[in-house]
Design a protein around this ligand. Structure first.
Ligand code: SAM
Ligand code: SF4
Length: 298
């Protein structure tokens, strides 16, 4: 089988697929309150997603992560999930803000989409509203609890922001312990609308760890070599991870590409250069895959 391996020996095994650029929240680091979105006609259709992903499976793709915007606002989410669920993938995950999670659980279950990353930057309703411009904390917590009850593998993503949610970090350790979910602290990345606030609000993963170590004992865990997070278990049994995208970039082991909702394939999660795979034949796409391989930073 031909694999997608670049000149540095990195093989692409994972694809982050955006199903829409729309969202039902407006996290201040991600998009403005008056965000504008693509025309719906530009979105890849369920059949186009299936064709491209099935082809990439033939090139050795093993894992998909569905994302957005907010993937669960895409009207054809059930059809897209059913098409992906029928492919020969080892794992399909979903990254969601959790607002629509509870009602999506049956579709996720029937397609073996068991690995859920749910974004939750605050456990306080007012702080949650200020960060997301949405009064939906109760709904998100309900979705998370329902998913845990039904046996999904849930990780909570917390974007760490100084002066915004840093006082809640210990609450998240307690939350991880109480629900039996892994909580991962993400460094605020210099992308989207975080650019303006990044310098003021940024906290490094190292600083979060040191702060928490004053209260908890952290035992390091082993990790896959292309994992984006560094993981620990506390003495009280909470699973805590850190994603240090800014302070310790993980490019040298990266095995990921991403596909935008309008069909642009990109070699890096943080860079904008990419090539459209839309309206192309398998032979044309083979040439595109080769060029995208060459776009991955080292
Ligand atoms: N809407 C879904 C969600 O919020 O989970 C999926 C898309 S969202 C862009 C994916 C993840 O990226 C979320 O965990 C979000 O918190 C994170 N994110 C977005 N902008 C970020 C930034 N500037 N720095 C760090 N993480 C960011
Ligand atoms: Fe929406 Fe996710 Fe961006 Fe927040 S981080 S605005 S939930 S896409």
């Amino acid at each position: 089988m031909k694999t997608l391996t670049d000149q540095y020996g990195r093989t692409i095994r994972k694809l982050r697929v955006s199903l829409t650029d729309k969202c039902n929240l407006r996290c201040h680091y991600c998009m403005p309150v008056d965000a504008t979105f693509m025309e719906e006609g530009r979105y890849l259709s369920p059949a186009e997603y299936e064709e491209i992903v099935a082809e990439l499976v033939g090139y050795g793709l093993e894992e998909l992560r569905l994302t957005g915007g907010e993937p669960l606002v895409r009207k054809s989410f059930p059809e897209i999930a059913d098409r992906f669920g029928a492919l020969n993938l080892k794992k399909i995950g979903l990254t969601t803000n959790g607002v629509l999670l509870k009602r999506a659980l049956p579709v996720l279950k029937r397609n073996r989409i068991f690995h859920l990353n749910v974004s939750l930057d605050s456990l306080n309703a007012e702080t949650f509203r200020r960060i997301t411009n949405g009064n939906r904390l109760a709904q998100v917590l309900e979705g998370i609890e329902a998913a845990v009850r039904e046996g999904f593998h849930v990780k909570i993503n917390v974007v760490a922001m100084r002066g915004v949610n840093d006082h809640e970090f210990p609450d998240f350790v307690e939350y991880a312990k109480r629900l039996g979910v892994e909580v991962r602290f993400l460094e605020l990345m210099r992308i989207g609308f975080a650019l303006g606030e990044q310098a003021r609000q940024f906290i490094s993963a190292g600083e979060i760890l040191r702060t928490l170590q004053a209260r908890y004992f952290f035992r390091p865990q082993s990790r896959e070599k292309d994992s984006t997070s560094v993981n620990y278990v506390t003495a009280c049994g909470a699973e805590i991870g850190f994603i240090a995208s800014e302070s310790q970039a993980f490019c040298s082991q990266c095995s990921r590409w991403r596909l935008s909702a309008d069909g642009v394939l990109r070699a890096c999660l943080l860079k904008d250069d990419g090539l459209s795979v839309r309206h192309s034949s398998p032979a044309e796409r083979a040439a595109i895959y080769d060029r995208v391989l060459g776009m991955k930073p080292n």
